[in-house]
Design a protein around this ligand. Structure first.
Ligand code: CMX
Length: 134
């Protein structure tokens, strides 16, 4: 794993949350992106190398809606940049981690993504992400 690619924060309403984060970061988000497969709207901020992704969802059965229903929102996942997502999935599976999707799926920001179940990772939802053009 090379670096933290982004940190995901689940929010009830992306416009309301942006009012808060615009003030905290002292800048506006640089892009929005809809990820249909995950039923989410994402909004990205960047400070230096660090990216923060806000996520809200309009689908009550989505991972983000369930998380918000249960915890009210907040830090949802940490995403790590990997060069070869297939090799990382294989490595982590062999080490006994529960891979939520062994076949990587298309995520926001031109990435292939896969998740490790938080029950196998000390309670933290971990996302692996590889640049699609790598
Ligand atoms: N971080 C830490 N723990 C989490 C969690 C999160 N983000 N989401 C759920 N959990 C916990 C639940 O609180 C629950 O804990 P307890 O059993 O102690 O109550 C446990 O994980 C299992 O929860 P569950 O109810 O059985 O399962 P869910 O239906 O809530 O699904 C998860 C949890 C992780 C399997 C599901 O959210 C998932 O598949 N996530 C991967 C996809 C995803 O998160 N997509 C959205 C982001 C997309 C993007 O970045 O583009």
């Amino acid at each position: 794993m090379k670096k933290v690619e982004h940190i995901g924060i689940a929010v009830k309403n992306i416009e309301d949350a942006s009012l808060v984060f615009d003030k905290i970061f002292g800048k506006s988000a640089y892009k929005d992106e809809r990820v249909e497969s995950e039923h989410v709207t994402t909004r990205f901020y960047k400070m230096g190398e660090t990216k923060i992704e806000l996520l809200d969802s309009d689908n009550k059965d989505s991972a983000i809606s369930k998380f918000i229903d249960k915890k009210g929102g907040g830090m949802h996942h940490i995403a790590f940049h990997v060069d070869d997502i297939y090799a990382e999935i294989k490595r982590l599976k062999e080490l006994g981690f529960t891979i939520l999707n062994e076949e990587p799926k298309e995520g926001a920001d031109n990435k292939l993504i896969s998740f490790l179940h938080p029950k196998s990772t000390a309670g933290v939802l971990i996302e692996l992400c590889q640049e699609k053009n790598d």
